[in-house]
Design a protein. Structure first.
Ligand code: ZN
Length: 380
């Protein structure tokens, strides 16, 4: 068992959706007991994908390029038992009520979904009339974003505007007992993290208030993000990619993780997300749209596995970027750890190939040996 820390061989007692007990051996006799033999398998916490376009995203090439909604098995097949939904580029035809309803639907189907309030755009389009009320009164809303900066698709918020949003998110987070972080979409523009550095240097807002994402999209941004993480920020790699992006200088997640660790970035400061169901538009230097693909949730664990297999990052270290780290940074209660009192969200891996063999979400087996035992309402 990797909880994510390596704990050796354990038995786990699950009651309803909770982990009740873990021990070398658990002696229990109740008639309703079901036993799962996980011999030859490693057990890790269910994966958290904290940046997914649950209701689709994009649309940079017109209406026909709006990407579709995600279904339950798009997550559970690949070990993702918790997701944080975001809107993205199009905050006009994609709305907060639709995002919240989708998050609740997926949660009813057996996984757990949270959401951020807003989209790329400034001013932030909230569900209620303010960021504060969204965080205080809507249980699923844990932060703000993804707000776009350093991108030709951004609303180009000024330093003062972004500072105000971050301050609101921070106070709302404190009052609601939630993370209140601001998820920042970084584009390809040369100013990169500049706005965030200014807020960190010129105001008392701590660096931990942000969760900048797509930080591996080019070498310059990646290196600046490495500094950001060393100063106490949490930086997020995007695992969905296409060969063209990598050819043009995107840093592969597996190699980027290994490089950050070699440069003494604490593992606690790194997360991976899939950017699933996002459009992955390919623009020319002049900003013309050349083509468009779609982000995939399966890339989340694949990138972690590649870091272990190809880059030699130990499993108990690598797995943190999709389990305990997002749970801690986004304050997702009962998530990211295998421990009594946590949700029984478990992924079973083949101990040799590290392939996903089984997935349990809140005590229910969703996948076993490649067979989906639970499906979404319209997947049956
Ligand atoms: Zn984005």
């Amino acid at each position: 068992m990797y909880a994510p820390e390596k704990l050796g061989q354990k038995e786990i007692l699950v009651a309803n959706e909770w982990i009740e007990e873990m021990n070398e051996e658990i002696d229990i006799s109740v008639t309703s007991l079901t036993t799962i033999d996980a011999g030859g398998l490693l057990i890790v916490p269910g994966f958290i994908d904290s940046h997914v376009h649950l209701i689709g995203g994009g649309g940079e090439g017109g209406y026909a390029t709006r990407t579709p909604e995600a279904s339950l098995t798009d997550f559970t097949r690949y070990g993702i038992t918790t997701a944080v939904g975001v809107i993205g580029t199009d905050g006009i035809t994609r709305t907060m009520p639709a995002l919240l309803a989708k998050a609740r639907g997926l949660t009813e189907e057996g996984m757990t979904c949270f959401i951020h309030t807003g989209s790329y755009q400034f001013p932030v389009k909230t569900l209620t009339d303010t960021i504060e009320k969204d965080l205080l009164f809507i249980p699923e809303i844990v932060g703000v974003g993804e707000i776009a900066i350093a991108d030709h698709r951004s609303s180009q918020p000024t330093l003062e505007e972004l500072t105000k949003v971050t301050a609101e998110a921070r106070v709302a987070g404190m009052l609601s007992g939630k993370a209140g972080i601001v998820n920042i979409h970084l584009g390809d523009a040369p100013d990169g993290l500049e706005l965030l550095w200014k807020i960190v240097h010129e105001t008392p807002i701590p660096i931990s208030q942000f969760h900048p994402t797509h930080i591996n999209r080019n070498r310059t941004l990646f290196e600046d993000a490495m500094k950001f993480a060393k100063q106490g920020g949490v930086v997020d790699f995007t695992t969905s990619t296409v060969p063209t992006f990598l050819e043009e200088g995107e840093v592969a997640c597996s190699k980027g993780l290994a490089e950050m660790l070699a440069n003494n970035v604490p593992i606690s400061q790194i997360t991976f997300t899939s950017d699933g169901q996002a459009s992955l538009p390919h623009f020319s230097k002049k900003g013309e749209l050349l083509g468009l693909q779609i982000g995939k949730m399966h890339s989340l664990y694949e990138a972690v596995k590649e870091a272990v297999v190809a880059e030699g990052v130990p499993l108990d270290v690598a797995i943190q970027v999709i389990t305990s780290n997002p749970a801690r940074h986004l304050k997702l209660a009962h998530k990211g750890h295998i421990t009594p009192g946590a949700h029984a969200d478990l992924v079973f891996l083949d101990e040799k190939s590290l392939e996903i063999k089984g997935v349990m979400a809140k005590g229910v087996v969703h996948m076993w040996n490649g067979e989906m035992e639970q499906k979404g309402t319209f997947e049956k």
